[in-house]
Write a protein that binds this ligand. Structure first.
Ligand SMILES: [Zn+2]
Length: 115
């Protein structure tokens, strides 16, 4: 009885966090992102302490462009806290280049499934 209530609460919390949502395609876990090579990211910054911050992953571990993550990265460009604002422009150009390659329509939200 207690456990059921606990599970109910846990599910509610997960739902709030958006865990298990498939709306944006497969999500990458933190662990998965951590093991991606630097080349999977749109921009890489270094803090004065020497820490590396990698922004906007959009290539998978095999180096292939991941379109759902490309679209996600494009939509998140304005939300990144850039150490150096110049990197925002570098990232934007990088992602735009990919978007040109795959076609601008690739990131439009799917309206209706067209046959
Ligand atoms: Zn790229």
């Amino acid at each position: 009885m207690g456990i059921m209530r606990f599970l109910g609460a846990a599910v509610a919390v997960l739902a709030m966090l958006g865990v298990g949502s498939t709306a944006e395609g497969a999500k990458w876990s933190r662990t998965y992102i951590r093991q991606l090579p630097d080349s999977a990211f749109a921009a890489i910054e270094r803090t004065p302490e020497g820490r590396t911050i990698r922004h906007l992953p959009h290539h998978d571990a095999a180096g292939n462009l991941d379109i759902p993550h490309l679209c996600n990265a494009l939509s998140r460009l304005g939300q990144v806290k850039w150490r150096n604002p110049a990197n925002a422009e570098i990232a934007r150009r990088h992602l735009q280049e990919h978007l040109e390659q795959v076609g601008r329509g690739a990131c439009r939200p799917p309206r209706k499934s067209t046959p």
